[in-house]
Every structure is written in structure tokens, then in C-alpha cells.
Design a binder for this molecule. Structure first.
Ligand SMILES: [Zn+2]
Length: 470
């Protein structure tokens, strides 16, 4: 009962009889033969599927009566003198609106015509399948469940204005008793098989939103328990997110974008189960890589810093850095994917570095941002000296290996031309070290070529002549 209509029945008692006439049904009882032990021919789920909740039992936009169908459009019953008067779009089945709808449901279940022919009964003997006339003889409903005091029903035109179909409406026997006209006893109890009617709040959500799943069931043994499972976009199987419990609601936060499936399993008091699979999709904005580099040029020995940031897509970003070093031809990973928000890098070469920062969102989408920076170094200078310009035969020649500038990590190569020879002989390959000692076995002029090489493969060479005398 909607609020605006309450005063109508509280105050204008005179209107009740008028309403009866306006609703166009007949209460005269000519009881038909009824097989009291016959099972209903269809089950409640069939009725709820045939006449969906929220649709309208009418023929708005259609040519004629539409008793076996429904539309998406409400009737607009004329409100006149405080009463709703039927309009030409209402359906009829041995009566119109609520009465006709109950007749139609009863007919689907039991094959009967006007349910007014059913025997009368009392609220204490109420069972699913029965029809009730109440609200001071203004409304008829079809009973779908009785659980102690609680009565569940289906109806049409509950607000008198539009012929809307509603299921699973609940009230109490004592509430009904206050305005009861008659209870009509169905030939048998309506079959109500366990049916899972769970639903999801929204099928399309944006990343960052939660999804809410409402477990719901009818029929069977009504001590329901619900279990919720989710199949993520990248997975093959459902994973339980909420185990069997009497809680009929589950909220779930999806961590990635994509299409999900939810399985709601309802288990009734007798152990029967029924699954319902629901879908939802998580959409996300394009991933934008907003990472930055702190400088465009540094001096050798300094560090370069990266700060990582991204937007859009699905949160939980990870970042990786790849670098093409001045002396290399291919990018190499210098920092693998992690959730770190910054990284400080020490380059060991001079020249131009090319950098790719990869931002990966929670669903694996990667957006690359490229940078270059230059490492400037002083010119490499070989400062190697030998012990003296000349030594006496029998002594050693000692080299002090030294360099400056360039990109440290110096290594030295030493070659020599002996007295009387024209060709260099390699005394030592590139190696690090601070001193090199050579013992000459001949007299005369030795010529040494000392080459220093840094990490950037710059080289610098010095020639050292040493005369070995008597
Ligand atoms: Zn109508």
C-alpha cells in the first residue's frame, strides 16, 4: 500500500463499494468442481518468468487484450474523484487488473476460470496458490508463500495506478486480517521448487568500485544459505569469496578490469542447491604513464633519478626500467618490475643513455615512456709515469699507472719495443692496477706504450722511453 492512497481507505469508507464496481470483477460464487488433491500444473518460477517482476500486465501500445503477456509500459489509470478508474489499456481475464491477474495465475496453475468459484477458507489454513481479497475489497493478491505469520504474494496493480507486476511482496496475516474480504482456497498447494533468484547490483562498473551481489531464493525448504564465488578475467575456475552462510549479501572489490563471473550457490534446508551465474564487467580508463626523470644531463659520478607514476587502467601499478647504454646496441633491463615509486641509477659510462620506463597496470597493460640523458665526463687523461728516464742495468723499471677524467674503472695495457727491435710486444693486457714492474735484460733504449681505457671505452695513451745504461 503506497502512502498517497492510505487516506482514501481510512476516511472514505463510502468509496469501497464504488471501488469494487470500478475494478470490474464479479464476486458471485458459483463454485466449480475442484480436485482438491491435484498438484499445481506449473511451479512458481514458471509464473515469475512468464510475468516478470516490474513489467506491466496490460496492452499499452498493443491492439487488444494481452492476458498471456506483458509490456514495459505502465497504464495511466484516470484519477477521478479520489478513485482510479480503469482505462482501455488494462488486460482482462475473467475480470481486469488485480483480479484478472490473479485469475490468470490461477488458470496457469489449476486450469480454473474465475477464482471466485474456489471455496472460501481462512487465513489460518492459508497455503501457496490461494487468492486473497483485502484492503476493504479493493485489491486481490496471489499467495506464493506462507511462513508462520509471514505471507508472500504476487500481484498486479498494487498501487491502483499502472498495472505493474510485483512478486515476493510480503505482509503479515494480522495485517491482512484488518481489511480482509475473502480467502479463496486453491485446489492444491502451489508447487514452489527451489529457485535461485540472486542478482547483481550493476553489470558495468568502473575500476575502483565495489560490486554488490544480492543472494535471493524462493521455494524449497526456506532455511537458505548462500555461497559466493568469483571467476576473474584471467582465471579458468571460480574461487570462493564468501562461504556458505545465512548472509545473503556479498560485496567484492575487483582488482583488475575485464569480464568477471559470479556464481551464487543457494542451499536450502533440505540440502538442495541451485546455482546462478551472474556477469559483471570492470572498465577502466586508458593507462597513462606519468613517470619522470630528474635531469637531462649529469656529470660522471652522479646519479640520475626516476620517479614513477601512472594513472588510469587498474591500480596496483608496477614499473620497470630498460636502458640503452652509450656503448651497447640493445636495451637491457636495469630495474625489473616492482611497486617502488622511485629509483636512483648510477651510470658507469659517459655519453647518451636512452631509457624506457614501462608502467604496467593491474591488468597487465603496459605503457612505455621514453627518456634520454647525457653523462658528461672530463676528457680521459693518462697520467702514467715510469720510474726514471734512465736506469742502470740490473734495476727494474717501475710504472705508476694513473689516469684522470673519463668514466673511471681504468684498465691499462702495456706494450714495449726492445732496443734494436721495431715491433711492439704486449707485456700485459688491459687490467686494473696501480703499478707495473719490468725487468730489462738488455741495455739500450726501451720504448713503452701505456694505454688506459675507461668504462666508456675511451682510451688515452702515453709513450715512455727508458734508457738502460751500464
Ligand atoms: Zn491498467
Amino acid at each position: 500500500m503506497k502512502k498517497p492512497f492510505k487516506p482514501l481507505f481510512k476516511t472514505a469508507a463510502v468509496a469501497f463499494s464504488a471501488l469494487v464496481m470500478l475494478c470490474g470483477f464479479c464476486l458471485t460464487g458459483h463454485d466449480a468442481e475442484i480436485k482438491a488433491d491435484a498438484a499445481s500444473r506449473v511451479d512458481l518460477n514458471y509464473l515469475m518468468n512468464k510475468f516478470p517482476d516490474g513489467k506491466y500486465w496490460n496492452h499499452v501500445g498493443k491492439k487488444g487484450n494481452n492476458a498471456d503477456g506483458y509490456t514495459d509500459k505502465p497504464c495511466h489509470h484516470a484519477l477521478s474523484g479520489g478513485l482510479y478508474r480503469p482505462v482501455g489499456t488494462c488486460n482482462s481475464f475473467y475480470g481486469i487488473q488485480c483480479w484478472g491477474f490473479v485469475n490468470k495465475l490461477a488458470n496457469e496453475c489449476y486450469g480454473t476460470a474465475n477464482h471466485s468459484s474456489w471455496p472460501r477458507t481462512t487465513l489460518s489454513k492459508l497455503k501457496p496458490g490461494d487468492a486473497i481479497r483485502f484492503k476493504h475489497n479493493s485489491h486481490s493478491i496471489f499467495v506464493t508463500g506462507v511462513d508462520g505469520e509471514i505471507v508472500t504474494y504476487g500481484e498486479c496493480n498494487g498501487n491502483y495506478s499502472d498495472c505493474k507486476i510485483r512478486w515476493n511482496v510480503q505482509t503479515t496475516k494480522s495485517q491482512i486480517a484488518r481489511s480482509l474480504t475473502a480467502v479463496y482456497s486453491a485446489p492444491s498447494e502451489l508447487i514452489v521448487n527451489l529457485s535461485n533468484r540472486s542478482a547483481i547490483q550493476k553489470n558495468e562498473i568502473s575500476f575502483g568500485e565495489k560490486v554488490y551481489i544480492q543472494g535471493s531464493a524462493i521455494g524449497g525448504d526456506s532455511k537458505y544459505q548462500y555461497q559466493f564465488s568469483v571467476k576473474k578475467p584471467s582465471e579458468k575456475n571460480f574461487g570462493i569469496v564468501q562461504k556458505f552462510s545465512s548472509s545473503d549479501r556479498c560485496s567484492y572489490f575487483p582488482w583488475t578490469k575485464g569480464s568477471y563471473k559470479v556464481k551464487v550457490t543457494v542451499r536450502d534446508g533440505s540440502g538442495k542447491t541451485s546455482d546462478k551465474i551472474l556477469d559483471f564487467n570492470v572498465s577502466a580508463d586508458e593507462v597513462v604513464n606519468k613517470s619522470k626523470i630528474n635531469r637531462k644531463a649529469i656529470r660522471f659520478g652522479e646519479n640520475i633519478s626516476f620517479s614513477f607514476d601512472a594513472d588510469g587502467g587498474t591500480k596496483c601499478y608496477q614499473y620497470r626500467i630498460r636502458a640503452l647504454k652509450p656503448t651497447e646496441t640493445e636495451y637491457a633491463v636495469i630495474k625489473n618490475f616492482s611497486r617502488d615509486s622511485s629509483f636512483s641509477y648510477h651510470p658507469w659510462e659517459s655519453g647518451i643513455y636512452r631509457i624506457k620506463v614501462d608502467a604496467k597496470d593491474g591488468s597487465g597493460t603496459i605503457r612505455v615512456k621514453e627518456f634520454t640523458f647525457t653523462v658528461k665526463a672530463d676528457k680521459l687523461k693518462n697520467k702514467t709515469t715510469a720510474s726514471a728516464g734512465s736506469i742502470v742495468y740490473g734495476e727494474d723499471i717501475t710504472f705508476d699507472l694513473a689516469a684522470a677524467g673519463g668514466t673511471s674503472g681504468y684498465v691499462y695495457e702495456i706494450k714495449m719495443i726492445k732496443p734494436g727491435s721495431r715491433n711492439y710486444v704486449t707485456l700485459r693486457n688491459y687490467r686494473s692496477g696501480k703499478e707495473f714492474v719490468y725487468h730489462p735484460w738488455e741495455k739500450g733504449e726501451y720504448q713503452f706504450k701505456v694505454t688506459v681505457r675507461d668504462l666508456s671505452y675511451h682510451i688515452s695513451t702515453v709513450l715512455v722511453k727508458v734508457n738502460v745504461t751500464e
